[in-house]
Design a protein around this ligand. Sequence first.
Ligand SMILES: [Zn+2]
Length: 257
Amino acid sequence: MKIMFAVFTSIFGCVIGSFMNVLIFRIPRKLSIVKPNSFCPRCKNPIPWYENMPVISYIVLGGQCSQCHTPISIQYPLIEIITGGVFLYSFFKFGLSFDFVFHILFFCLLIVISGIDLTHQLIPDVFSFPGIVLGLLFHLINGTILHSVAGLVFGGGLILVIRIIGGKVYKKEVMGMGDVYLCAMIGAFVGFPYIIAAIFIGALSGAVLGIIYIVSTQQGRESAIPFGPFLSIGGISVILFKHLIIKFFATLGIYIQ
Ligand SMILES: [Zn+2]
């Protein structure tokens, strides 16, 4: 029975992932998210439901539009698989509970924000603001609101300080306000001191992948690499590997729950 629920939850996650793709494509372009139905961005032909099934359609169509044969970005099946994966993880971790709902909402917000930041170097407030409220609400209900407020202030505050100092030193924008709100959102959700680990993992993964990107694409060091997806990786990692982070803080003599 549990396996059936697990299969259903991951399929449902892939379907939601498909909707995440719609949001990533349409929100930065200021298009309606309900009308029209899915269409090929190249030839504008509508995509029928049987060509719009998560992951499966991508494989059946060989990764291209059935009309104009333009390649479909790998982003589509990837986002669907990642969303299906986080749904499955949350199901096994939390069961079909209150925690499950809050966590999948948090993960979905991070996926949409990362997708938009990667493609448009933009973090819309329309996702980060509700995310902040979601994190605060989750901890308010759990009786850990101070933990959440501290995470929010530390996360948002640290990126804001980096933004101000970086702006003065480099005479250009090093962090957008979008990054400040995103880090505040992650802080509100993971709480203090976990937000420190989230920022650290985000910065480290950003540095490593940034170097690989610069070397492999021969781009200059000046090319802008969005920080949102890396902060999101940090936020998700903290939830996935919470027990390891507790152990790590313990080795420093700091005991957290
Ligand atoms: Zn097409």
